[in-house]
Design a protein around this ligand. Structure first.
Ligand SMILES: [Zn+2]
Length: 216
């Protein structure tokens, strides 16, 4: 697997410091599962941060989510972990199956021709803001703009937009300046893990259909 698009250094640093919300933590962890380079960077940042944070009490450290994510990645390096439920999402890497296994997954919901989504849920996750998005080969994803950031990791398949091709493990970190229309490559469907902050404004017909479901 060749990973071409990585999270920004700021995002990796926030991951290492444990200051990302759990949704974005999950998306970065999905990237780390596929990217040895960023794993190395995060471990280095963790080590450095550990020295700098020496004076803080353990209660100040929000490293629990990170520890869990990294433990899952370490486990999935060695061998696939049996999912909590029987469900296995076809096409996903064992590492990504393992990462999602602790979460409750809503049903796939149709949001437009060739496009569906399902919520990734846990008491610790903000409702509706972390989800899998699945789109059929050749589909244009809903055109949208946002007021916050949108962090996406491709789990299977690939899409393209003006910044290039995004395949399994690639991260697309979009801020409020972005107004793009990703198109899924021909040949196979694409499933992405998405964490959103701020508000999403969906444009066009698909957007009108998707908006009530995404509830942002
Ligand atoms: Zn990377």
């Amino acid at each position: 697997m060749t990973v071409a698009h990585h999270p920004t250094e700021a995002t990796l640093a926030a991951f290492a410091a444990g200051t990302l919300d759990e949704g974005r933590m999950l998306v970065v962890a999905a990237h780390l599962a596929a990217c040895p380079d960023c794993r190395k960077t995060v471990r280095l940042l963790e080590a450095t941060g550990g020295v700098m944070l020496d004076d803080l009490s353990p209660a100040d450290l929000a490293a629990d989510g990170l520890a869990r994510a990294m433990a899952q990645i370490d486990r999935s390096d060695a061998a696939p972990v049996a999912p909590r439920r029987a469900e296995v999402i076809p096409g996903l890497l064992p590492a990504h199956q393992a990462l999602l296994a602790p979460y409750d997954m809503g049903p796939w919901r149709w949001v437009g021709p060739g496009v569906s989504w399902r919520q990734v849920d846990a008491p610790t996750l903000p409702g509706g803001r972390v989800f899998l998005l699945k789109a059929a080969a050749g589909t244009a994803l809903p055109d949208h703009t946002h007021t916050g950031t949108e962090l996406t990791c491709v789990l299977t398949g690939a899409f393209r937009h003006e910044h290039g091709r995004y395949g399994p493990g690639d991260v697309d970190e979009a801020d409020d300046d972005v107004d793009h229309t990703p198109v899924v490559e021909a040949g196979s469907e694409c499933i992405c893990l998405v964490a959103m902050q701020g508000r999403l404004k969906l444009n066009g017909l698909l957007g009108k259909v998707l908006q009530p479901f995404v509830r942002l």
